[in-house]
Design a binder for this molecule. Sequence first.
Ligand SMILES: [Zn+2]
Length: 414
Amino acid sequence: MAAPQQKLTNPKRLLADLHKLRSFGSVGNGVVRPALTPIDVESRHWLVERMREAGLDAQIDGIGNVFGRDQRAAHTLLLGSHTDTQPEGGWLDGSMGVIYALEVARALRESGRFSERGVDIASWVDEEMRFANFLGSRTFAGLLEPTDAYPIVGRDGVALEHALRQASLIGRPVARLDPKRHIGYLEAHIEQGGILEASNNRLGVVTAIVGIRSLEIEFSGQQNHAGTTPMHLRRDAGTALLKFWAALEERLRPVVSPGSVWTVGRVVLHPGAESIVPGKASLLLQLRDVDSDVLARMELAATTLGSEVAATTRAEVAIRPTLRNAVPAKMNPRFQQALAEAAQLLAPGHWMTMPSGAGHDAQVFSPLMPTGMLFVPSIGGISHSFDEDTREEDIALGCEVFTTAICSLLDSLP
Ligand SMILES: [Zn+2]
């Protein structure tokens, strides 16, 4: 491929909008803008104005999604990410992908290349789970009805219905996926890990988003007096838990893939006092991999180990799945190829293919239509933190690559 003569995107405009969006809820270098809080709603109104300036028909819908529609086009690629943040969030997590989408819309209009085809762009509400995971993208995809979601109470005790009413959004129509119109979904995002930086790469073409399984594993023994119960008569649930945890890595090694990760994120001993032999001990185990078969093998290895440990420690074990609907999401090969070609054109030798260890709205869309994702590096691999950052050159390069890939897909898709 020949080198491009002219940039499609405007890095100065892109960075200016990113910094403006950052100013809504900024705290130090970070941002506090949980979904549908007053400052988040304010930022959504600002985004609507930017989309209208870009020539799109834009509004905030009845669940809080900001949706900008290209009225000229009959067929569009859907571009989006999220602008809500964690309770302590970074300035680029989600926001970068939304402003990329805006810049793509502006670049396409300025280029004058496409008329029948274009992009519809979105900020999906509540990716960061104040109320429910992927609230906005699932509603858009038709997997969730707003009225069914109204009673959901957020982690801060506020009901979704109340938050929507406060924002004057309740009862507005919701934007919906249109299979005749939407020919695919693309999302750009910061990596939120350190793989790109460590390998001196500037772009990551995502192959798949990991699936997640979470298990609560509870050992039951006999709660008893810590002074009068001889060691050989104890049925100590805490000891069983510790043996399980200590043996877990060795059990998982033979069944995992090189990218598998697993985490014991919480341990509870009951009743949790120094003079009581614990009668119950539970842990939360999370398993992640891009392959459902690997996830199933990991779950089987963990449950088998749990039963074996229970038998040898005279405890009982109960294993309950706590999260099972986060299935792995494969990215479309053709979309991966378009992103890879654009990356090779603009950053030869400095891109790689990689799975995503974090969840993204793209996984909601991947079973419904061709889907692709592009990553840019996170400095130090840090995210969900005020310290999250990305080099400006990488932000600008990522947007140009994203836009180049989208033009190529709009040219070539049937
Ligand atoms: Zn995100």
